[in-house]
Write a protein that binds this ligand. Structure first.
Ligand SMILES: [Zn+2]
Length: 555
C-alpha cells in the first residue's frame, strides 16, 4: 500500500476569500455559498419525496459533478508545474477545505497520458451520509451521491476522460466510514447501470450541443448581414425597442440619441428589418468619417464634370437607399451647407446630384443618430434649427449600458457564442467573479466596449475553459482589498497584498525590515498630519497597535 501525503494546503486556502462587506465568498473565480447541512438534508428529503430516489440521485450526482469540474480547473491553475499527484490531490484537499469530509488516501495510481487510473479514498464524517441519515435513518445503499458526483466530475476533468467513482461502503449504511473507488468508466462491470446518473457524455447532450453549433454557424454563414438581435429586458431598453417597433410601420424620420457605443446602428437596422422596406437597401453613412468637401457628393451624388476630378456620374447614398432606409450616423457633424441640402431633400422628397440640372424623386426613410446634444449645437449656431425640428419629430433615446446592468448576462452569453463561432473555439462560459466584475464596470464605451472586452477574453481563455477576470481586464484588476483570507489556524485575516513590484523594489534596495517599517510609520503619521488614529487606519491597524510599534521603534 502506498502512503500518500498531502502537500501543504496554503496555496488552496489562499484561493478562498471572504468579502463580508460585499456579501461574497470566492474560491478563486467561483462564487461560493455557506449552506446549512440541515437545509441540504431538507432539500434531499423534498427531492426524493417529489421526484423519487432515482431522479433525486441523478440530480444530486450531476450537481456534484458540475462542482467537481469547476474545482479541477483550480488544480491546473495552482499546481500545474508540480508533480501530477500533488496536482491531483487538490481534489481531496479542496473537498476537506469545503467541509465535505476528512479524506484519507488509500491508493492512487495514474499516469498523465490517461492510460491507467485507479484511486481509493476513505471519507470520514462525510456530510452527505450524515444529512441522509438525519432525514431517513440507517439505509442499506450508499447515499453520498453529490460527493461521488464531485469526485467523478473533478477526476474526469483532470484526466480528460470519464472516470467513474463509486462508493463500495457508506457510513449511512452503518459502516464506520465511506470508501470510494475511482476507475475509468469502462472498467466497471456495472458501468451501464451507473452511467445514467452522470450522463456526462450523453447522446442527448451531444446532439443538443451539435444542434446549437449548427444553428450558430447557419446564422453567421447563411445570413451574414441579417440584423443581429437586440438583446435586453430592462425597462429602459424595452421602452426604446417599443418606440422603434411602433415607428416601423410608418415612414417617419427617426432620431436615435445615446452615448457612443450603445448600438444606434443596430437599432436602425432593426427598424429597417421590421419595416415594409426590409427587402430594399439599408445604407449607413458616418457623417464624421467623411471630409467636408466630399460629403455632399457622397450623400447626393455627382454628375460628370461637376468639379475637377468628377470623371464619371455617380449616385449618392440617398439614391442607393431608394425604397429603403438611410442611416446618417453622427448627423451633428454635418457641415452647414450639407445641412441646408439635407433639409431640402427631406422637405421636397427629391434630390439633385452635384452639377446636375434635373431633380430625382426619392423614397427613403431617414434614420439619423447623434451622441451630441443637438439643441446645444443649435444654440451655438453649428446646427440648423429648422433641420433640428425636422429630425426631432420622433426621438428615441437608447440607454447606456451602465443603466441596464441586468442585461449584461444575456449580452455576455450571446457575445461569447458569437466569438466561439468567429474564432473556432469552445468556451465553457464565464467565471462568477468575471461576471461580477463586468456588472460593476461603468462601461463608458457601452455595448461596443463590452464586445471588445469579451472578444479579448474569448481569445485568451483556454480551449473548453472559462473566461476569467484576468482574461478580461488586463493590468487593471478591480481592487480586492476588502477581501479576507483563511489563515492556517482557520481564522479570517485581511487579504491585502502589496503590489509585487513594490516588494521587489524593497528587496532590491537592501533596506532592512526595521528601517522600512520606521519609514512607513513616519510617512503614515506625516500624511495623517500627526493624527495617530488616521495614521493607524492608513496602515490597516488599530491605534494601540500603532502606538506599540512607535514605542518599540523609539525604544
Ligand atoms: Zn457515503
Amino acid at each position: 500500500m502506498t502512503t500518500i501525503q498531502y502537500p501543504e494546503s496554503a496555496d488552496l486556502r489562499s484561493l478562498l476569500r471572504f468579502a463580508p462587506e460585499d456579501g461574497h465568498i470566492w474560491l478563486s473565480e467561483h462564487r461560493m455559498l455557506l449552506l446549512h447541512v440541515g437545509a441540504m438534508s431538507e432539500l434531499r428529503k423534498e427531492l426524493i419525496g417529489s421526484v423519487g430516489q432515482q431522479q433525486a440521485r441523478r440530480i444530486l450526482t450531476r450537481m456534484g459533478f458540475a462542482s467537481g469540474m469547476r474545482d479541477a480547473e483550480l488544480a491546473r491553475k495552482t499546481r500545474q508545474a508540480r508533480d501530477p499527484a500533488d496536482a491531483f490531490v487538490v481534489r481531496p484537499q479542496l473537498h476537506m477545505l469545503e467541509g465535505c469530509a476528512r479524506v484519507e488516501p488509500v491508493r492512487l495510481e495514474f499516469d498523465m497520458q490517461g492510460n491507467t487510473f485507479y484511486a481509493e479514498f476513505l471519507w470520514h464524517d462525510a456530510w452527505e451520509a450524515e444529512a441522509h441519515a438525519q432525514a431517513f435513518g440507517e439505509v442499506d445503499q450508499p447515499v453520498c451521491w453529490m460527493m461521488i458526483g464531485y469526485a467523478s466530475g473533478y477526476t474526469s476533468a483532470f484526466m480528460g476522460r470519464f472516470i467513474l467513482f463509486k462508493e463500495t461502503q457508506c457510513a449511512a449504511t452503518g459502516c464506520e466510514n465511506c470508501r470510494i473507488v475511482g476507475k475509468p468508466a469502462e472498467e466497471w462491470p456495472d458501468a451501464d447501470e451507473l452511467r445514467p446518473y452522470f450522463e456526462a457524455d450523453s447522446i442527448v447532450g451531444r446532439l443538443l450541443e451539435l444542434r446549437e453549433e449548427i444553428e450558430a454557424m447557419r446564422h453567421t454563414i447563411a445570413c451574414p448581414r441579417k440584423t443581429p438581435d437586440l438583446i435586453g429586458s430592462s425597462s429602459s431598453f424595452l421602452h426604446a425597442y417599443d418606440l422603434i417597433s411602433r415607428a416601423a410601420s410608418t415612414s417617419v424620420s427617426v432620431l436615435l440619441l445615446g452615448e457612443t457605443g450603445v448600438g444606434k446602428e443596430r437599432f436602425a437596422r432593426t427598424l429597417h428589418e421590421m419595416s415594409a422596406r426590409k427587402d430594399a437597401p439599408f445604407v449607413a453613412v458616418n457623417c464624421a468619417a467623411l471630409p467636408d468637401e466630399l460629403i455632399e457628393s457622397e450623400l447626393f451624388g455627382v454628375e460628370r464634370g461637376a468639379f475637377t476630378g468628377a470623371h464619371a456620374s455617380r449616385a449618392g447614398k440617398f439614391e442607393r437607399a431608394h425604397g429603403g432606409t438611410l442611416f446618417l450616423d453622427e448627423v451633428g457633424e454635418l457641415p452647414l451647407p450639407a445641412q441646408a441640402k439635407l433639409l431640402r431633400v427631406l422637405q421636397e422628397g427629391e434630390i439633385e446630384r452635384l452639377g446636375d440640372e434635373r431633380t430625382r424623386k426619392i423614397n427613403v426613410r431617414l434614420v439619423a443618430a447623434t451622441n451630441v446634444d443637438l439643441q446645444k449645437a443649435v444654440s451655438a449656431g453649428t446646427f440648423r434649427r429648422d433641420l433640428y425640428y425636422r429630425l426631432n419629430v420622433y426621438p428615441v433615446t437608447i440607454p447606456p449600458l451602465r443603466e441596464r446592468p441586468g442585461d449584461i448576462p444575456a449580452l455576455v452569453d450571446a457575445l461569447v457564442r458569437r466569438f466561439e463561432t468567429l474564432h473556432g473555439k469552445r468556451i465553457a462560459g464565464i467565471s462568477d467573479k468575471a461576471m461580477h466584475a463586468l456588472k460593476l464596470h461603468s462601461w463608458p464605451g457601452n455595448v461596443r466596449e463590452l464586445e471588445n472586452v469579451l472578444e479579448r477574453g474569448a481569445i485568451l481563455a483556454p480551449q473548453n475553459g472559462l473566461i476569467e477576470i484576468e482574461h478580461l481586464f488586463i493590468g487593471a484588476l478591480p481592487d480586492d482589498s476588502q477581501e479576507h483570507a483563511l489563515s492556517a489556524r482557520g481564522e479570517l485575516e485581511a487579504a491585502h497584498r502589496p503590489p509585487q513590484d513594490l516588494v521587489a523594489a524593497v528587496l532590491a534596495s537592501g533596506v532592512s525590515l526595521e528601517a522600512f517599517e520606521q519609514n512607513l510609520l513616519n510617512r503614515a503619521v506625516d500624511q495623517a498630519n500627526g493624527n495617530l488614529a488616521a495614521a493607524a487606519r492608513l496602515l490597516g491597524m488599530t491605534r494601540p497597535q500603532l502606538n506599540y510599534r512607535i514605542k518599540k521603534q523609539a525604544g
